[in-house]
Design a binder for this molecule. Sequence first.
Ligand SMILES: Nc1ncnc2c1ncn2[C@@H]1O[C@H](COP(=O)(O)OP(=O)(O)OP(=O)(O)O)[C@@H](O)[C@H]1O
Length: 446
Amino acid sequence: MEIVQDKWKEILQRVRDEHELSEISFTTWIEPLTIHSVEDNLITILVPSEKMGLDYVSKKYTLPIKVAIAEITGVNYEIRFILPEEVKQEKAPAPVQKNLYVPNLNPKYTFDTFVVGSNNKFAHAASLAVAESPGEIYNPLFLYGGVGLGKTHLMHSIAHFILQKNPSSRILYVTSEEFTNEVIEAIRNSNNTAMTKFREKYRNIDVLLIDDVQFIIGKESTQEEFFHTFNTLHGANKQIILSSDRPPKDMDILEDRIRSRFEWGLLADIQSPDYETRIAILRKKQELDGYSVSDDVIEYIASNIKSNIRELEGALNKIIAYANLEKREINIDLAEQVLRDIISPNEKKVITPEFIIDTVADHFDITPSDIVGSKRSSKIVFPRQIAMYLCREMLDAPLTGIGKMMGDRDHTTVMHGIEKIEKEMSAKDSVRNTVDILKKKINPSK
Ligand SMILES: Nc1ncnc2c1ncn2[C@@H]1O[C@H](COP(=O)(O)OP(=O)(O)OP(=O)(O)O)[C@@H](O)[C@H]1O
């Protein structure tokens, strides 16, 4: 750039002399030209006038300028002309391509925040391998393990990892409930467009993640659609990742053709964490949340809550919340007091209204206080009414008792809520499906 820049005036004078330009021609067309950039063998020259000037200059003076440059610098450059507004466009950042397939992911569920222990080492390694080479090695990846052991966390980590490396990847993460409800809606609309849209959505992607796939068991149309979606994606070397609470061989009444596909790739299980891993998870969590909790409290939680990481985290959250609310120090006394009703190792888990509320809230990604609170948005009212319905249906609780639990509501409000859900269940398969899934989450043995 420097040599051309340094000699630019001389180059322009050479054009003037060689072609005997008049003063007016020189000052109008040649003198105002400046160098915008020199890249490799190309010089871009800025024409500070309008389009017509550029057309004229490039037609008439391209060759004379090229020759003058070659004579003075000794290099045969190509040249092009550019207008000021084109420079602005060149400088403007490239419009960000909106990736229509950005999945709904929890930003906290990444490989960085995932604690690797002996219980999940294999599942973690398999997930990382798939994230590094989607569609290439283990397809599908089938993650299985008990409730709250980190399957969703690993699935989201894979999706984040792939998106970070390739932001335009088309990734779809859904729960099997969402998948089933979309199948139901597409069939219900009974026009081809709805089904075509569904198929376009699920078959034109690079990575498909379906969480809690055990819930498609027994749902014929969903299995049928899943079968074709699977075949299309797998045939095109697109990555499929599935999670379930049990291995395919234990999925009774699952069609064999689906079971065999589940088993085509790699099966990786996650076990309950051992004591050291539980401690490491709790330490990581308090560090991420910015708290400092003493070792004896962490050890107390880790030795009493053994099988479920969600409960482990929930216990720590509960202690921190109490300490904040009551302005108390986090110590072992507080931990024992707060966790008294959670830590009951020998007792069989009883289904309580609180447990139903917690499960429904978790399912809809809202908080238990939203359910018992006063908010009236449909995002909250629908889960609240479902919780009322489930308390009635599963516990046979009296309307007044349910009302009390749900933020001191009147029994007529509860009755209205329950009736509304009953009506929606008979009108919409998707609502019935959601209620079924919640019932199974609350009482897996039924
Ligand atoms: N190894 C781990 N390191 C850090 N956090 C973990 C780990 N495993 C699980 N968790 C945390 O435990 C909670 C429950 O995990 P997750 O939702 O992934 O479980 P899941 O197996 O998908 O449960 P479900 O069967 O109910 O769908 C999450 O908050 C997650 O971040």
